[in-house]
Design a protein. Structure first.
Lengths: 666, 195
């Protein structure tokens, strides 16, 4: 060898990339050349740095578990393009985070406004304690959750509830008295200004002042856990439902006018038989905000599914309150009905939403809003609703930024939206008769808000269907596919279009739902069911391919007509080391339909080393992936179309010959 | 029957622990490969799940031989499918700040917690070198990178790499040779700290 080894030769030698002759030559040179040995060592040190990255990636146990679980749960075949949803998920997540941040900013503790009951004079506290026989050891400054030990119960407040205007002032509730009075659990709550927007309060069944005191009474009255009470029932003035279809979650805001007296007022409410989350209850006066304060929420012992608000009022008379809460049991789903034109080139599409109420509560004249998008829930509302006592404070549960976006947050988000809301005429069967309704659609970033025009009465256990939109003559492409590996011997029909203006859609995203497609069975316009599939959320601009299922009138029959093995090669021992297999296939496509069809036939050659010969000019093919070829052709109505192809697959060392041919072509 | 084949056979017979064992055994290697190919931890984890999902579904098509090669073949196809779907390969930085910084800060914190084990200055230099190596590997064309990762990091033989990538051994060696020649110019001269 003349001169020294090149760097490339050294590399090839070190990594055994050179031919045998090249390796021998380099080895011989290195034995005699110290300079090259030195350079080889330098190179080796350099490449040793590659090891810095070795082993830095580990599959966590969580990933392994998730992978095993996912793999075991075989997903349904989906023809929607998934990767585009990555940004959607990210945006939705960002929105949730944003909403949470808004809530945090709204819910953050404001100690100066944190008001607790009550400053009971010591002598009164002692008096009550004496009366009930309890020990007086509690702090007078605030009420804390406590379990009572039973004992005598003062029913005076109960009678006061029956005649609120005439009720004498009951004793102030001190810790001692509460201890003595039973299992009362009192929870400090925020002042009205601090009511979390996203966490709603609710009063179901009954909401009425139980006890009212004169304003001169500085101490709040104690309302015993009496099971027998008389209450007035203020009606809902209005109610708004915001239903999230991604979770079993509905935000309810309702307004009721309550009659307050100056001073302390107890407000009792019950939600028996419903699915509301009692920890999400919130109450806020809509007027006289500086003069009316919601001080405390207590959950009396033994009285299941009821709570009492303690309200301090400086005004006397009617005050409108807004109560908000979360409930489960209300849901909505979208579904679609497509009707193909006779030539199957266009489709009429109708989209519906169905609202169902199984929440245990009738909602009368409710403004109904439907949210498309994911929300993050820490708890299942249905589970919370079934708890005997809502022990924790709504403020504690939802005040740390985990709450769902509330009405104000939604409003803010809605304000940021720049897209013009689309209004589509709809129809709705109403209890009072048939009315034309509109479903208004507004984008909230990745959320989408559908507001049903006017109000709806949705009684418990009822469902209602609304037409969301309809579009005529949407251009569609019908394609049949045959792929033995995926669908066996069946041919499957697909229908594709896009949610864009070109396809007379694209005004709004299309929520998840079932699509059913019908065709015209005859000239008289009778419909026949073609097929259906569930679709995921389809953003604006996204293409969709509907898998309509097996096509009975289109059949594909592949037949092997010739097979031979050739070009055998042998190794030193005389064993076969390589060969080619040449197969000739005859593919028959039978179209029994009265329409011409386009069809794709996918064939698997089970090896990456193949070449294909196709002489039929009416058929095109492409290499779909390393193992597969895909043929495309058109079949006339009520006819059979036959084509043949010859595929040569290369095995053993013959694979190399194919690679060499391909390399030389490059 | 080898251990790999036993695992597949057990999985096919419905033994749920076999598949878990398979994922555990080969998970690090497959994830490492996918991470090097995509440069993105999240994307790599998605592809990881897709790879093993296909393994789960297609286990019956495994015909013996190197299970590792078979797994990497599937992982490669999954990566190719991603490319095909997206029309572009998001072969982005191996220099994932979040991943690496988190890992590094964790490692550094552990090291510092150990007190006498590691000199922070050494660690810093080492991290810089690591970063340089990442950038060098990242800069390689896809084919060269795949060959390098499979042959060097996953320690597959050249014929196994050829099987995985669906090309000849000669092509693999060519890719490898070019990759190493490029790296020779871009890698740090030596590993360690010069004091």
């Amino acid at each position: 060898m003349n001169g020294h080894l090149t760097e490339q030769q050294l590399i090839d030698y070190q990594f055994k990339l050179a031919s045998e002759a090249g390796m021998d030559e380099a080895r011989a040179h290195l034995e005699t050349c110290e300079a090259c040995r030195h350079r080889l060592e330098q190179l080796a040190r350099k490449f040793a740095s590659l090891d810095l990255l070795r082993g830095e990636i580990k599959a966590s146990e969580a990933l392994v578990a998730k992978t095993v679980e996912n793999a075991a749960t075989r997903s349904l075949r989906r023809t929607l393009s998934l990767p585009r949803f990555a940004w959607l998920g990210a945006t939705a997540a960002a929105l949730v985070v944003g909403v949470a941040l808004l809530l945090v900013s709204n819910l953050g503790p404001r100690p100066q406004r944190q008001i607790y009951t009550t400053n009971a004079p010591v002598e009164e506290k002692n008096a009550v304690a004496t009366q009930t026989g309890a020990e007086s050891a509690a702090e007078p400054e605030r009420l804390v959750a406590q379990d009572a030990v039973g004992g005598a119960r003062d029913r005076q407040s109960g009678s006061a509830a029956a005649k609120p205007q005439m009720a004498p002032a009951p004793a102030a509730p001190t810790n001692d008295s509460l201890k003595a009075e039973g299992l009362a659990r009192s929870v400090p709550v925020r002042a009205p200004e601090e009511t979390p927007h996203g966490v709603t309060t609710n009063v179901l069944g009954a909401a009425a002042p139980v006890v009212q005191l004169d304003v001169t009474e500085e101490k709040p009255p104690f309302a015993p856990a009496s099971a027998i009470e008389l209450v007035v029932l203020p009606r809902r003035e209005n109610v708004q439902l915001t239903i999230y279809n991604a979770e079993d979650l509905t935000l309810v805001r309702e307004r009721r006018n309550l009659t307050l007296k100056r001073g302390w007022n107890w407000l009792q409410f019950m939600w028996a038989g419903t699915l509301i989350d009692p920890t999400s209850l919130a109450l806020e006066p809509l007027e006289h905000k500086g003069e009316v304060e919601v001080r405390q929420l207590v959950f009396p012992p033994r009285l299941r599914e009821s709570g009492r608000w303690l309200i301090r009022s400086e005004v006397s008379g009617q005050v409108p309150f807004e109560m908000t809460y979360l409930t489960s049991g209300l849901s909505w789903r979208a579904f679609y009905m497509g009707t193909l034109a006779q030539d199957e080139k266009t489709m009429h599409l109708e989209s519906y939403v169905r609202v169902a109420n199984n929440s245990g509560e009738d909602y009368e004249n409710a403004q109904t809003r439907l949210i498309v998008g994911q929300v993050h829930l820490l708890d299942e509302i249905a589970t919370l609703a079934q708890r005997q006592y809502p022990y924790d404070s709504p403020a504690n549960l939802y005040g740390e930024g985990d709450a769902i976006g509330g009405p104000e947050d939604e409003k803010e988000l809605g304000d940021k939206d720049t897209s013009k809301p689309a209004v589509v005429t709809g129809f709705m069967g109403d209890l009072e008769g048939l009315e034309r309704k509109e479903v208004r659609k507004e984008g909230l970033s990745e959320y989408f808000l559908y507001t049903i025009e006017g109000t709806e009465t949705i009684p418990n256990e009822w469902g209602k269907r609304l037409l969301s939109f309809e579009a005529n003559d949407i251009p569609v492409t019908s394609l049949y596919k045959y792929d033995q590996e995926r669908w066996g011997d069946q041919t499957v029909q697909f229908l594709s279009f896009a949610n864009d203006e070109k396809h007379k859609l694209g005004q709004t995203p299309l929520p998840d739902g079932m699509v059913r497609v019908y065709g015209r069975a005859d000239g008289q316009g009778h419909l026949s069911y073609v097929g259906g599939t569930a679709v995921k959320y389809i953003p604006v601009g996204e293409e969709i391919e509907l898998d309509l299922g097996s096509a009975r009138l289109v059949a594909v029959k592949p037949e092997l007509t010739d097979y031979r093995a050739e070009n055998h090669t042998f190794d030193r021992n005389g064993d076969v080391s390589g060969w080619d297999e040449v197969q000739t296939w005859r593919i028959e496509v039978a179209n029994a339909r009265t329409l011409p069809i386009d069809i794709e036939v996918t064939r698997d050659f089970e090896t990456a080393y193949w070449t294909l010969k196709l002489e039929d000019k009416g058929v095109s093919y492409e290499k779909y992936d390393v193992n597969h070829a895909r043929f495309k052709l058109m079949a006339e109505p009520r006819s059979k179309r036959v084509f043949e192809y010859t595929v040569t697959t290369y095995h053993g060392v013959r694979e190399q010959s194919l690679t060499n041919v391909q390399d030389s072509r490059k | 029957m080898g251990n790999d084949e036993s695992l597949i056979a057990a999985h096919l017979q419905g033994d749920p622990t076999a598949f878990r064992e398979l994922v555990r055994q080969y998970g690090d290697g497959v994830l490492g490969y996918l991470f090097r190919m995509t440069g993105n931890r999240d994307q790599a984890e998605d592809l990881f799940q897709e790879t093993f999902k296909r393994v789960h579904e297609k286990a019956h098509t495994y015909r013996g031989g190197s299970l590792k090669s078979w797994l990497f073949t599937i992982a490669t196809r999954v990566t190719i499918d991603l490319v095909r779907r997206r029309k572009r390969l998001t072969l982005i930085s191996l220099n994932q700040d979040s991943d690496c910084d988190d890992e590094n800060s964790g490692q550094q914190a552990s090291a510092l917690a150990a007190g006498d084990a590691v000199d922070p200055a050494d660690e810093m230099v080492k991290e810089e070198q690591k970063e340089q190596v990442r950038r060098a590997v990242e800069s390689l064309p896809v084919g060269q990178r795949a060959a390098l990762v499979l042959a060097y990091y996953q320690q597959l033989s050249y014929s196994e790499v050829a099987e995985v990538l669906g090309c000849s051994v000669g092509s693999v060696k060519t890719q490898m040779s070019r990759a190493l020649a490029t790296l020779a110019k871009r890698l740090p001269d030596s590993v360690g700290v010069t004091k």
